[in-house]
Design a protein around this ligand. Sequence first.
Ligand code: CP
Ligand code: NVA
Length: 309
Amino acid sequence: VQAGPLRHFLQFRDFSHDEILYVLERARLIKDKFKRYQPHHTLHDRTLAMVFEKASTRTRVSFEAGMYQLGGSVIHLTTTDSQLGRSEPIEDTARVVSRMVDIVMIRTFEQTRLERFASHSRVPVINGLTNEFHPCQILADIFTFIEHRGDIKGKTVAWIGDANNMAYTWLQAAEILGFTLHVSAPNGYHLESDRTGNPDSSILREFDDPLEACKGAHLVTTDVWTSMGYEDENEERRKAFADWCVDQEMMDVADPSALFMHCLPAHRGEEVTGEVIDGPQSVVWDEAENRLHVQKALMEFLILGRQQA
Ligand code: CP
Ligand code: NVA
């Protein structure tokens, strides 16, 4: 049962600037209450169904713990233990599951598969990662940046490595929130212009040299060289990305206040050195924890709309 019109969060730009800021502010309140052990049961009696067609640690634990903490309950489905693995159409799964629960989170392969689910769902659908986007992670990353450094507007974020689902979501966030994204990826792994459009250089700048991309950045961030679903390319990617390991030299040319983020899981010695990810500029553990708080705010917003207190 919905409080207002049916809304989904399938990509970052599904929300307006004001809606993103509302969810982040609400996450602040929810996190503060959580830290004081104050209950916040705004989703009492509501049910979340989670559908995982790829592996997960953070997304599963944060959505599952988050829904319980909001007073609701959770159903966990995977491809192998549901009829999805025996070719039940995603549209039929959406029709059935969404008659029984209040909200659905899906992690899957193509964005179009998520969209097909959403277009047959009676309840809000959240993208828990697709090949194309990872919007919940970027919500948490921006919340973490604001928590440590204040407003992200006008700042510079350097994305080093694969122009993957995270990179495209960062670009949508830059367009909505008004910061600059520097991207450095090896040949063959760049952002695709048919997906990026033609953003102004105040929003997107691309660099061949990762060190150049890091210069003056307020946040340096990276991700695995081989995302889930691309495992066949692992060996060729390891060779192609060898010079795109975030190291202390890159952090040293960034702004002195620069933070390091990684959505995790990480491979020390591949996309980032141990010195950087375990060093003083890294906020990766806050970043992971903040998935919990922002997704509680997100589920609350999608089911109940804006709350007064
Ligand atoms: N960052 C992230 O989404 O982690 P999981 O794959 O463990 O969910
Ligand atoms: N880009 C990675 C993120 C994992 C959380 C992947 O899609 O596998």
